[in-house]
Ligand binder design. Structure first.
Ligand SMILES: [Zn+2]
Length: 477
């Protein structure tokens, strides 16, 4: 039989009212065949009684002589016509009787099991199937996927595929032409999960694995470095930390403090996460931060690193974060600072801080200010493994910083060793004061309302060998 491409799709079909019930058995066989695998399921098989003079009427018994002409087809293909019959037992007690549910199809020279016919005419394609088909197949096959039985590494690989498919959500959304800061949620983390953010609500374990991928990163992911905070000012850094702090990690069963005792432990962890790593069930998203990039203005940098030159300590801003906040990030492993822009507009903003740091051109001295900042940075950031500063005025300054940092690191090592020795000699007799955090200077606080003490140091006047102005603006003379 042959058909033109344009034949009417239903011209060969008997109307459903004439269909013999044997078609139900054939459809069941097709369905069973398709359920073998997702690839088989990917090929639909429609079954319809074909119009043929010799077809039995719809009330005919299904016996050893029963035969029926059937069209097999799916979307986009011409039907394959074949004569079907029930299988008849050839031996045994039921010899000569019809085997229920067993369908045979005439192929070329003989009747064969319907499965073989399907393999020939509706064979599965190579390659992966669409998500939708996979989903439908699992819905139809009556089996369950043993997710909990998978080893954790495999679960992690599976979740990584989700993260791969997620384009990062924009941190800022435009609304009516204005740029609106997204304050809800934690885009630093949720953005990595994209449309898969609901993974965080599946179970403690799936949440834990997903968050670990977001925090620690993986070289196979787009966000290979893990949770990075990029802030162009101290204010935006502060906002980021606050936002992340509002979200608990909740990866353990008892992460929500339920009584007074647990709340105390939570407070303790939040104050000294490095000293109490075993309490990390109370951790928030901010504790997952791995890397920070921070750009600072002159005033912010002087305050952030708690510079004390002259009587500057009276100007530290207690409501803004300083380097001590880094101690509360137990997994922080890389710090990048952009030094204040020496080539920018250098003028005091006395509304911000009642201290003059710029002498006025041509005597502004950003070199002195940079030095104050990075000298302090070298010392207080000594405990951190990777620290990078960018934006030095010249190479000499950078070399100076690197040697100061080396020095501070060696110093720190000696201090740690000495402490250890002391500890051993004393058989562990030293009790650390409660508020001692390694790497953090002892707090020197000045009341905000305290009178401002004027001093001789500020503003520093440029006495550099080559005046700063000449270095920065060679053309201006
Ligand atoms: Zn200078």
């Amino acid at each position: 039989m042959s058909f033109s491409i344009n034949f009417s799709p239903s011209a060969w079909q008997d109307p459903p009212s004439l269909h013999h019930p044997f078609l139900i058995q054939i459809r069941e066989a097709a369905s069973k065949y398709r359920l073998q695998s997702a690839a088989h399921f990917n090929i639909p098989i429609d079954v319809c009684q074909a119009t043929h003079d010799s077809n039995p009427d719809r009330f005919a018994d299904i016996d050893g002589d029963f035969q029926i002409c059937v069209g097999f087809y799916n979307f986009g293909t011409d039907p394959v016509f074949a004569v079907c019959r029930p299988k008849v037992a050839k031996r045994g007690r039921n010899k000569g009787k019809v085997v229920k549910g067993a369908v045979q199809v005439w192929m070329r020279t003989k009747f064969v099991p319907v499965g073989r016919f399907f393999e020939a005419e509706f064979s599965p394609l190579n390659g992966p199937v669409a998500d939708e088909i996979m989903f439908q197949w699992w819905n139809a096959n009556g089996r369950t996927f043993n997710w909990t039985g998978l080893p954790t590494e495999v679960k992690e690989r599976v979740l990584m595929f989700c993260l791969h498919q997620s384009p990062p959500l924009p941190i800022q959304k435009k609304s009516r032409g204005r740029i609106r800061q997204v304050t809800q949620g934690a885009p630093e983390v949720i953005g990595q999960l994209g449309k898969w953010a609901s993974l965080l609500t599946v179970s403690h374990q799936v949440r834990a694995i997903s968050l670990r991928l977001c925090f620690a990163g993986n070289s196979d992911l787009e966000f290979g470095d893990g949770l990075c905070i990029v802030a162009e000012s101290v204010l935006s850094f502060q906002r980021s930390i606050r936002r992340l702090d509002k979200h608990r990690q909740l990866t353990a069963v008892n992460s929500l403090p339920s009584d007074e005792k647990a709340r105390e432990l939570e407070t303790l962890y939040k104050a000294f996460p490095k000293l109490y790593p075993h309490l990390d069930r109370f951790a928030t998203f901010s504790h997952g931060i791995r890397k920070i990039y921070l750009q600072l203005s002159f005033i912010d940098a002087l305050c952030f690193f708690k510079v004390t030159a002259g009587s500057f300590a009276q100007h530290w801003m207690p409501h803004k974060p300083n380097f001590e906040v880094l101690e509360k990030l137990p997994h922080l492993n890389e710090l990048i600072f952009q030094l204040p822009d020496a080539t920018g507009y250098l003028e005091d903003d006395l509304r911000k801080l009642p201290v003059s740091i710029f002498y006025g051109e041509p005597f502004n001295c950003p070199r002195t200010l940079h030095r104050l900042i990075y000298e302090s940075a070298a010392e207080v950031l000594a405990p951190y493994k990777v620290v990078k500063l960018h934006g030095f005025m010249d190479e000499e300054e950078e070399i100076r910083f690197l040697s100061l940092r080396d020095f501070a690191k060696k110093d720190l090592k000696i201090t740690t060793e000495e402490l250890q020795e002391l500890y051993e000699e004393d058989e562990g007799g030293i009790e650390l004061e409660k508020n001692v955090i390694p790497g953090v200077k002892k707090e020197e606080t000045y009341g905000e309302k305290q009178e401002i003490v004027p001093d001789e140091f500020w503003p520093p006047k440029c006495r550099c060998e080559t005046p700063c102005r000449e270095v920065l603006h060679p053309s201006s003379g």
